[in-house]
Design a binder for this molecule. Structure first.
Ligand SMILES: [Zn+2]
Length: 204
């Protein structure tokens, strides 16, 4: 079997460590790079090289940023008393891009998953404790999703906050029927959550 040239094999091996990239697509990327004009490949290499140097993690919320603190944490029009806890930066982006949430964020850096070995020490709990310790936060909104890992992390955080910061109100995102959906197509668990988290419409 013919071997790949050593430099190409190295690129393929490194690219295939990226999420969602298998050896075949890594090889396709490597071959594409070989066909690119030289300056384009050098520019790509340079931008990857400077990524770690120029992007910092905001010390307040944990999201990647050009400046410290990031534009969300330094925005005076955002409410300091509302803190939304998300697992990852892309969850923060999704909520922020929707444009309705005017509080602050904190990125936990993952979810607890005992099965694949994600442990408590891998989460940014110190950053969370420091933030709650500041005395500025009145409500912590848990936006950790409804997966098993999200639920496990949520109950861990609830215990931690109730024990150490009993004055802080904890809430979670509502669960139930998505907007614009028909009831007859809902699964049992979604329906159950919708009944559990039903909203009162009467004044009484
Ligand atoms: Zn920030």
């Amino acid at each position: 079997m013919q071997k790949l040239p050593r430099a190409l094999q190295t690129v393929v091996d490194r690219l295939s460590k990226l999420p969602g990239v298998g050896p075949k697509s890594a090889l396709r990327m490597g071959l594409t790079l070989l066909n690119w004009p030289e300056d384009q490949v050098r520019n790509l290499g340079h931008s990857i090289q400077t990524l770690r140097d120029s992007v910092c993690l905001c010390s307040q919320c944990g999201c990647p940023s050009d400046e410290e603190p990031c534009s969300i944490c330094s925005d005076p029009s955002r409410r300091e008393d509302l803190l939304c806890l998300v697992s990852d930066w892309d969850a923060l982006l999704t909520i922020d891009e929707a444009g309705f949430y005017k509080g602050k964020f904190l990125v936990l850096g993952g979810l607890l998953s005992p099965l694949d070995g994600s442990q408590v020490h891998e989460l940014n709990l110190e950053r969370l404790k420091d933030r709650l310790d500041s005395g500025l936060v009145n409500e912590l909104i848990l936006a950790l999703g409804t997966t098993r890992e999200g639920e496990a992390t949520e109950s861990y955080i609830v215990n931690l906050v109730e024990k150490n910061f009993p004055h802080i109100h904890i809430s979670r995102l509502a669960q139930g029927i998505p907007v614009g959906s028909e009831l007859k197509y809902m699964d049992k668990e979604t329906l159950k959550q919708s009944v559990n988290y039903r909203q009162s419409l009467s004044e009484k």
